[in-house]
Design a protein around this ligand. Structure first.
Ligand SMILES: C[S@@+](CC[C@H](N)C(=O)[O-])C[C@H]1O[C@@H](n2cnc3c(N)ncnc32)[C@H](O)[C@@H]1O
Length: 247
């Protein structure tokens, strides 16, 4: 496991620096983020010989990291193009499945860990997506779900922070400045997901218990910030939910 404390200023600075250079050095940014996420999971449950599914896993950085820790990890993504930029260096395409997270080709209760990083804000129906993750998780198994909420300073993704002035305006500005269309279009592949309603929906379920709800990247007060309605929508940046499937 990493020697860097979570949360800690050192960890947050390292993640933020990597994020700022994500375009120039994606390998560094995503391998660091993958190590960090795997550390977070491994603090709660062992990974060796466990079955891990990485849903919306994109380039496979997280899948590779889980495999490097001895897990039997599988990547699921609905977009084969996203999966082609394999992470790590080993062959992530082995054990990678083109599949929609709404309807995973898996039996009930097979996964020890269901992992989904930064996908929930990209689906139109996050509750159904979450239900499917829960369905395929073993009773007692763990779910790791992190997403960037719409009112986060990074909520507009490549169009942030101009999304605060409206999605259309942010989009026009991006196109004017770069000469190309942004990757994300609100209502098509990016949706205005909020922390309050998401927490309420998760807490209302009787098939999962909330193990942690906290800011994924904050160096301090990571849990406290999520407890303050209103403020949390702007200050959390990225919500990390760790859930346990009820027996
Ligand atoms: C922002 S990327 C996140 C990639 C990676 N998990 C990470 O944290 O860097 C979102 C990914 O979710 C995938 N995705 C979006 N909707 C999906 C769905 N319904 N089922 C499966 N994958 C989906 C996209 O194709 C894309 O690869």
């Amino acid at each position: 496991m990493s020697a860097v404390r979570d949360p800690s200023m050192r960890r947050s600075v390292a993640l933020f620096r990597a994020f700022m250079k994500e375009q120039q050095d994606p390998a560094h940014a995503y391998s660091l983020l993958a190590r960090d996420a795997a550390d977070q999971v491994e603090r709660i449950t062992p990974l060796r010989d466990r079955l891990v599914i990485d849903v919306g896993g994109g380039g496979g950085w997280f899948t590779e990291e889980f495999r490097s820790r001895g897990a039997e990890a599988y990547l699921f993504d609905c977009d084969a193009g996203e999966m082609s930029g394999a992470g790590g260096g080993t062959d992530v395409k082995t054990g990678a499945v083109v599949a929609d997270g709404y309807l995973l080709p898996l039996a009930d209760g097979v996964a020890d860990v269901a992992f989904s990083s930064n996908v929930l804000e990209h689906v139109a129906d996050p509750e159904t997506f979450l239900s499917e993750l829960i369905r395929v998780t073993k009773p007692g198994g763990l779910l790791y779900v992190a997403f960037t909420n719409w009112l986060s300073p990074w909520g507009g993704h490549e169009q942030a922070p101009w999304h605060y002035l409206g999605a259309d305006r942010a989009r026009r500005r991006y196109t004017r400045r770069t000469g190309r269309d942004p990757k994300h279009t609100l209502g098509e592949n990016l949706f205005p997901l909020h922390i309050g309603p998401t927490l309420k929906a998760v807490r209302a379920r009787d098939d999962v218990e909330v193990v942690a709800a906290r800011s994924r990247y904050w160096p301090f007060l990571a849990e406290a910030v999520v407890r303050v309605p209103g403020v949390r929508e702007f200050a959390t940046w990225n919500l990390l939910l760790i859930l346990r499937r009820c027996p």
